[in-house]
Design a protein around this ligand. Structure first.
Ligand code: NDP
Length: 276
């Protein structure tokens, strides 16, 4: 699978599996684990999780899905802002490593800004990186001003900003994405299907029918066609995990891209960063 380069020189795959809402209910656990394992079997090279999801439950399911794998995928996890003090970030990372039963998180993100001082969080990130407990670090839900603040502390190593970005929420294209592209920082688009809401749009369905793919595949393929963008759709169903991977085979012609722009117009001005 295609990958993109991080400022550190490491690489990150362009498509992964999301895990929000996993690990919350014992009743759904087996299905969630099965979907993740199946996704890895199919070749998804990345998983996105967070200590927040299922209160650690999602990371535990990830750990179980990874058990016995000869080659593990690229792992992204996130620290809660209220845990993101200097000592708190390091302790939270240790807990996440333990839950996933791994030695290193490939990309460790601050879930959103708030709580601890950014100086402390970044100091902890640098320490964790030096200790080899994380490969790279980054942020999530940071708008342009936040990114500028982070740039004063990241020593050029902020590896990503995970934000809400999809066809129906294109705000980041106006200022944030161009700023990140200029600095070679990939944007990780969360909720690429707008949590399923995008798939109910008649315009998307019509365009997908026209090229012989599903609406979800078209929504994901559109994100992957944006330079410097990677994404992490979530599904707890085998069929949909497989369907979403099919986005890699969808080619978007200039005409289709123009039709998508007509149906889902790009922003005309600055918009406040949306967040779920
Ligand atoms: P998505 O846009 O990925 O949509 C997930 C929803 O769509 C689920 O209800 C899923 O249901 C459904 N779905 C998935 N594939 C299909 C398909 N092919 N056809 C129809 N329905 C489908 O939303 P998420 O909010 O989960 O975002 C993805 C990931 O991004 C998260 O899981 C998480 O890892 C991350 N995230 C990060 C945030 C942050 O603040 N940093 C905030 C939100 C998300 P089902 O499971 O039943 O298939």
């Amino acid at each position: 699978m295609r990958s993109c380069k991080l400022p550190s020189g490491a690489t990150m795959p362009v498509l992964g599996l999301g895990t929000w809402r996993m690990g919350e209910s014992p009743r759904r656990r087996a299905e969630e684990l099965d979907a993740l394992k199946y996704g890895l079997e199919l070749g998804y090279p990345m998983i996105d999780t967070a200590e927040m999801y299922g209160d650690g439950g999602a990371e535990e399911i990830v750990g179980e899905a990874l058990a016995g794998l000869a080659r593990r995928p690229f792992i992204v996890s996130k620290v809660y802002p209220h845990n993101a003090s200097r000592a708190g970030t390091i302790a939270a990372c240790e807990r996440s490593l333990k839950r996933m039963r791994i030695e290193r998180i490939d990309l460790y993100l601050l879930h959103w800004r708030g709580g601890a001082r950014l100086e402390e969080t970044f100091d902890a990130f640098h320490r964790l990186r030096t200790a080899g407990k994380i490969g790279d670090f980054g942020v999530s839900n940071f708008d342009l001003g936040d990114m500028e603040d982070a740039a004063r502390l990241d020593k050029g190593l902020n590896a990503s900003n995970q934000v809400l970005y999809c066809l129906s929420r294109r705000g980041p294209e106006f200022d944030l994405l161009p700023w990140m592209r200029k600095r070679g920082v990939p944007l990780m688009a969360y909720s690429p299907l707008d949590q399923g809401g995008l798939l109910r749009k008649a315009a998307l369905k019509k365009l997908a029918d026209g090229v012989g793919c599903t609406p979800a595949q078209l929504a994901i393929a559109w994100l992957l066609a944006q330079p410097g963008v990677v994404t992490i759709p979530k599904s707890s169903s085998r069929e949909r995990v497989k369907e979403n991977l099919g986005a890699l085979d969808v080619t978007l012609s200039p005409q289709l891209l123009a039709e998508l722009d007509r149906a889902f117009p790009p922003p005309k001005g600055k918009q406040a960063l949306e967040m779920l």
